[in-house]
Structures are given as structure tokens and as C-alpha cells.
Design a protein around this ligand. Structure first.
Ligand code: GLA
Ligand code: ZN
Length: 688
């Protein structure tokens, strides 16, 4: 089904990226040449102004828009659209000099010096006011310009500030949430170690120099940081929308691995979700694993609004901030772009259009390198992506892929897991568990939404909740209803242990712990050393188990497999419970991906895949290949075939209907599809 366009003023697959002409104002010939090269690279849109504050407002209330006027006019004449940024991601010297409160205070209680970027206090009234002024000026001048299609609010929100203003705002937020200190002391279990709060002023953000032992405080602080960052973002959105409410807003996120912010909450005020993807291609753990991990983030970004999203940044070849900066090998750039589109991206945009000449990002790759020429491999690969986007646009733009499966990834759960203090401080592999459960779904093209506890699970057939330690937001009732109505739920070790403020659930088998749905209760949990393994045998195969082993008391569940080692050998590890019209499975340990592949094939083999299930039954997919799809307007499948191997593979497509190769427009009725190393193909199949 086609959704409304992300950028109604220019409804198209976007190709372009971050462009920083303010660094090049002394090089007018470069600015001219940029336009020619962008056109040659099939660039149709660039993001400007992201770090331009000092050049737009060189001193307080003295504005210089002449250079930006000229840049926008030049772009517009060349048919290139503009994503206009608010410049709050980095502030000018004069601002920090005059209003020192705009700089952040760290955990040690000292204020940062000027430097870097993303160093603003999100509470500071002075910062908010200066941001409001510059955002309003930009909106008044450019929001109705036909070239401008989208607001890019700030840049990669992130980080924390512990200044007195933020601490006071945190206390207000807590007062609003708990009402009384008695409630707060209970929710945080603060009588422990005599940490009872007797006055609101005693509350401080957690710090390595002070309070680290109150887990409820820790969680609430992180929630507050998301809240306050979102309030800051909303303040910026209000400033630009006050001038022209018709121009949509986005903020560039950082996918699943952004630590400090809860994007499920932060995405709500945005019109469009966008994110910056920097997969570690050619890393030692294998490109198909890199692709799977990347796909999780793409799926999460699509799930935030259940519609297509923008890939706001990726690198044309290499980054410069990893320990080792590897070039993308030939073909990998396009393959990486195809993966993003396959999961719902309606753009391929880059950091950066022209490589900066000095300072920290001078060795980050760019569409236009220091050589200033189009005669580079990177430029050619970028150009071929631009051409591809033009060719596939009419079939792909705005489509999504309806998901039949969901994985619960909850940011608050992640924060809580990092602070459990037992049973394994050596590490609880929350992301690893999600990846192992996702692998089969990804590879087979079973579209999977990534939702948090606030999600609506009613439309899915399968919900997997790996290590959902913290239950919040009424998740128990939602999962209970989901299973009762016929859904299949899978949980893993260390699920349903604490409530939303990190207090352990009391009692044996209780509804709070979802024991009725799962059919067991947990007596205790053994932790394994990194190299230690237990084992279970299921359907004739033995799988090694690691990390955690729960000791369960079955109440109504069947036992499908038992531990094979240690003093709890013979006790249940894999269980199944019939509940209402559905089924709940539990894996009481950490099982390997081979188990998950076989298990999901068994319990979820009938879910819609990229290609018909009968095809998969006859054609085991090579390890390096993944298939993903978007639903065409007529209900057919647009299938993205991706080979992440450095050797070619040939797939047999015999028996499938004639498709259209979207890159050539030609019919594809071949019996075999040859994919070169790092190769891809995009075939549209008719509705079956
Ligand atoms: C982030 C930022 C960009 C740039 C790139 C480099 O995504 O938003 O400004 O620093 O990283 O990879
Ligand atoms: Zn602050």
C-alpha cells in the first residue's frame, strides 16, 4: 500500500546528503563545480545549514543570510532540493562566551569548555531562546522557498547535562510523576542503605561521584533525559512550524544502538523518521551478519511510524572515526543502499557531499573527494545508486512491507539490563538475543516490526520478546490478549523479572509475571562463565546453551527439551503452553542461532515471506544471501535479492512467475539469478 509522501513538496526517492558550503565560501569556483558534480551524480537533494550557525549569525542578532540565499538559488536553478537544518547541533563561540549556561555539566559536576558539538544544555533558557530566534529567522526566510522540502531539526540529538537547571527540571519531573517522596522512596526502594529522600532537593542525577546504587533513580534519570531532549526538540519544531506548518520535520536518529535516548518516544513529535547508518562493512564477523544487524535498525526506524523512512546519512565509502577505516569494496555501496531501501528507506543520502579540507572529518569519505573530480570509484558508485533510485522510484516509493512478526526491543529494558547487578555482571547479551531471534526472519524475508512495550501487538502472528526483564506499560495484558486471540509468543531467559521502576515481582506464579500465559514460574537462575555451556536436544539436534539457565517450575506448560548438564540436568529449558487460542513458548537459556533458525522454521514457517514458502522448501538459501520485500501497489512483492558474500552465487528461481527487473524495466523470467560478489537484484513479482 502506498503511504502519503514523506516530502510532499518533492515526492521522490531522495539522493544527496549533507552539504557544507559555509566551509567553502572563499572558494567560489568550488561552489560552482559542486553543482555540476551533483548533477552528474544524480543528486536531487542536499541537507544544508546543519553546522552553519556561526556563519548565519556571526555575532548576537547580526545575521548574514546572503551566502545561504545564493546557495539555495544555485541549487534550485539546478533542480536540486534542500533539506534545511536548524543549526542547534553546534553553537558559535560568542554564544557560549556570553551565556556560559548553554554548555553542559558532566557527571563530575564541572562545566564543559567550548568545543566539539552536541554540547548544549537542553534546559537552558538562554540556549532555547537563541535557538528559537535563529530557527524563526531561517523559517521566515526559507520555509516557503520551493526548493525546501523538509526540516532537519538539529543533528543527532544525544548526551546528557547535569547542570543546576537540569537537576531542578529533573526534580520537577519527578514531583509530577510521584507526587510524594513516600511514593518515590518506595518506587526506588530507597530505604535500602538508608538512602531515603526526606527533601526533594536531595535528589541529584546519578553520578559516578555520587549515587549509583538506586536503580529506580537511574532509570528515571534516563527517562527524564529523553523527555527533556524531546521537549527541546519540540521547542525547535514549534519555532519553525509557527512560520509554516506545512513543511514536515525530521531529526536524524542513530538506529538501534543509540544508547541514551528512547526513540520510540522521541519519534512521536516528528513527521518523518530518518536515521544515519554506518554499518561496519568488511568487519571480521562477516558482511551477512553486518547486514542483519543493520537491517534490525532499518526495521526499527520503519516501525516507529509503520511507514517508509529516510536514510539521512551513510558514507559513500569509509568513515574516519573507527579504529580502522575500511573502504567499501566495489559493489558494497549499492548493496548497502539496496538493503536500506528493501527495509523501507525512501532515500539514500550521504555524509558528506564534499570532503572537508581540514579539522576532524577531513578523511571521512565524500561524494566529491579532495581531488574534486568525478573520476573516482566512489563517485561512480554513488552515481549508479542515483540512477538506480530513479529507475525503481515509481514502483517502490512510499510502499511498505506489512509485518506479520514483531520483536520487542525496549529501550528502558536495555537501560535496566545494564544495571541489574547480577546474575551476570560480565554481560547480559540483550542485543545478541534479539539478533539470534531475528536472523531467520531477516534471511527469509519475513517482515518484522521492532516495537517496544508501548507497541500495539494485535496485528501480528508471532511476537518474540527476548530477555524482556522489565515489564511496563501494561505489556502483560497486551501479550495475554495477543496469545489468547491466537498469537504465538516466544520469550527467553530473564523475562518478566521487574516492574517499571525496577522492583522485583513478588510471588510464585502470578499474572504480573505472565505466569498464566507462560505456564511456569522461575525458582532461580544460574549464570554461566563465558566459555561454559549447558545443552539441550530438540527434534534430534543438540544445541549448546550459554549465559543464563533458569530453573523452572512448570505449572501448565509442556516441556519440549530439558537441560543435559549440571545438577539441574533433566529440568525444563524449552516449554510450550497453550493459552486461549494461542501458544506461548519459553527458552529458559540463551540458545544459538542454529536453534532459532530451526525453531522459527518450525513454528513460523507459514508466515508470509519474500517468496512463496514452497520455493524456500526446495532452495536452501546460501549463507551470504538475504531476501527482503516491499509490497507493490497491486499487492505483488518487490523482492530485493542481496548477496553479502565476496563470491558470486546463483539462485534457482524456477517455478516462480515472470517478474520485472526494476533496474532495467525488462521482464525477468529466467530460471536462474546470478548475483555477483556484493551483488543485488530488485524484481517485482505480480500478485499471486
Ligand atoms: C554523524 C554526523 C555527521 C558526521 C558523520 C560522520 O552521523 O551526523 O555530521 O559527523 O557522523 O560519520
Ligand atoms: Zn543543563
Amino acid at each position: 500500500m502506498k503511504d502519503a509522501s514523506l516530502t510532499p513538496r518533492f515526492p521522490a526517492m531522495l539522493h544527496g546528503g549533507d552539504y557544507d558550503p559555509e566551509q567553502w565560501l572563499r572558494y567560489p569556483q568550488v561552489l560552482e563545480e559542486d553543482i555540476r558534480l551533483m548533477q552528474e551524480a544524480h543528486v536531487n537533494c542536499v541537507s544544508i545549514g546543519i553546522f552553519s550557525w556561526a556563519m548565519l549569525e556571526p555575532e548576537e542578532d547580526r545575521f548574514d543570510f546572503a551566502w545561504m540565499d545564493a546557495v539555495i538559488e544555485r541549487l534550485w536553478k539546478a533542480g536540486i532540493h534542500v533539506i534545511l537544518a536548524t543549526p542547534s547541533g553546534a553553537r558559535p563561540h560568542w554564544l557560549a562566551q556570553k551565556y556560559p549556561e548553554v554548555l553542559r555539566v558532566g557527571e563530575d559536576g564541572t562545566r564543559n569548555l567550548f568545543g566539539g558539538r552536541h554540547d548544549h544544555c537542553y534546559t537552558s533558557p538562554a540556549y532555547r531562546e537563541r535557538v528559537r530566534i535563529i530557527d524563526t529567522k531561517l523559517a521566515e526566510r526559507y520555509a516557503s522557498h520551493p526548493a525546501v522540502i523538509l526540516w532537519h531539526i538539529s543533528n543527532e540529538f544525544g548526551g546528557e547535562c547535569r547542570c543546576p537547571l537540569c537537576q531542578a527540571a529533573f526534580r520537577d519531573w519527578l514531583r509530577e510523576k510521584y507526587g510524594t517522596l513516600d511514593e518515590l522512596n518506595h518506587a526506588w526502594w530507597a530505604h535500602f542503605w538508608s538512602h531515603t529522600y526526606t527533601d526533594w532537593s536531595q535528589i541529584e542525577a546519578p553520578s559516578y561521584k555520587g549515587e549509583t546504587s538506586v536503580h529506580g533513580l537511574d532509570l528515571d534519570w534516563k527517562r527524564f533525559v529523553t523527555y527533556q531532549s524531546t521537549e527541546f526538540m519540540k521547542h525547535e519544531i514549534a519555532a519553525v512550524k509557527a512560520v509554516d506548518p506545512s513543511l514536515p520535520v525530521t531529526a536524524n536518529f542513530m538506529g538501534m544502538y543509540a544508547y541514551g535516548l528512547d526513540y520510540y518516544k522521541m519519534g512521536v513529535p516528528l513527521d518523518v523518521i530518518s536515521w544515519d547508518a554506518y554499518p561496519e562493512w568488511h568487519a571480521p564477523w562477516g558482511n551477512h551478519n553486518v547486514a542483519m544487524i543493520e537491517s534490525l535498525s532499518h526495521d526499527m526506524m520503519r516501525s516507529l511510524k509503520k511507514r517508509s523512512f529516510l536514510l539521512m546519512e551513510c558514507t559513500p565509502s569509509t568513515t574516519n572515526w573507527r579504529p580502522v577505516s575500511k573502504l567499501k569494496k566495489p559493489g558494497m555501496h549499492k548493496l548497502s543502499a539496496v538493503n536500506a531501501i528493501a527495509h523501507g528507506a525512501d532515500s539514500v543520502c550521504y555524509f558528506q557531499m564534499r570532503q572537508s579540507r581540514g579539522s576532524t572529518e577531513k578523511f571521512h569519505s565524500a561524494v566529491i573527494s579532495h581531488t574534486g573530480t568525478s573520476n573516482t570509484r566512489t563517485f561512480r558508485e554513488v552515481t549508479s545508486v542515483g540512477e538506480m533510485l530513479e529507475r525503481i522510484q515509481s514502483a517502490v516509493y512510499g510502499t511498505t512491507s506489512p509485518a506479520s512478526a514483531a520483536i520487542i526491543f525496549d529501550t528502558e529494558n536495555k537501560w535496566a539490563l545494564d544495571k541489574t547487578c547480577g546474575p551476570r555482571n560480565a554481560g547480559l547479551d540483550y542485543f545478541g538475543g534479539i539478533q539470534r531471534a531475528y536472523h531467520w526472519l531477516w534471511k527469509n524475508g519475513v517482515t518484522t516490526d521492532i516495537l517496544d512495550c508501548d507497541g500495539d501487538f494485535s496485528g501480528y502472528k508471532l511476537v518474540i520478546a527476548p530477555m524482556l526483564y522489565l515489564f511496563r506499560g501494561g505489556i502483560q495484558e497486551k501479550l495475554r490478549t495477543f496469545v489468547k486471540n491466537g498469537g504465538t509468543l516466544v520469550t527467553t531467559a530473564f523475562t518478566g523479572i521487574v516492574d517499571e521502576t525496577d522492583l522485583c515481582f513478588l510471588g510464585e506464579a502470578t499474572a504480573e509475571k505472565l505466569s498464566d500465559v507462560m505456564g511456569y514460574w522461575i525458582e532461580e537462575t544460574d549464570a554461566l562463565y563465558d566459555d561454559e555451556r549447558n545443552a539441550m536436544t530438540w527434534k534430534g539436534h543438540t544445541y549448546a546453551l550459554q549465559e543464563l539457565c533458569e530453573i523452572l517450575h512448570p505449572t501448565t506448560c509442556e516441556v519440549l527439551a530439558a537441560y543435559e548438564k549440571d545438577w539441574y540436568a533433566g529440568q525444563p529449558v524449552l516449554t510450550r503452553n497453550a493459552f486461549g487460542s494461542g501458544t506461548a513458548y519459553h527458552v529458559a537459556s540463551n540458545a544459538p542461532v542454529e536453534f532459532w533458525d530451526a525453531f522459527l522454521e518450525d513454528i513460523a514457517g507459514d508466515l508470509p515471506r519474500a517468496l512463496p514458502a514452497a520455493w524456500y522448501a526446495q532452495h536452501p538459501l546460501p549463507e551470504t544471501v538475504g531476501l527482503t520485500w516491499r509490497e507493490a501497489e497491486d499487492g505483488g512483492h518487490i523482492v530485493f535479492f542481496q548477496n553479502y558474500g565476496d563470491a558470486p552465487v546463483t539462485l534457482s528461481l524456477a517455478g516462480l512467475p515472470t517478474a520485472v527487473d526494476l533496474e532495467t524495466g525488462a521482464p525477468f523470467d529466467g530460471e536462474t539469478l546470478a548475483l555477483p560478489a556484493f551483488g543485488s537484484a530488485i524484481l517485482r513479482y505480480p500478485q499471486s
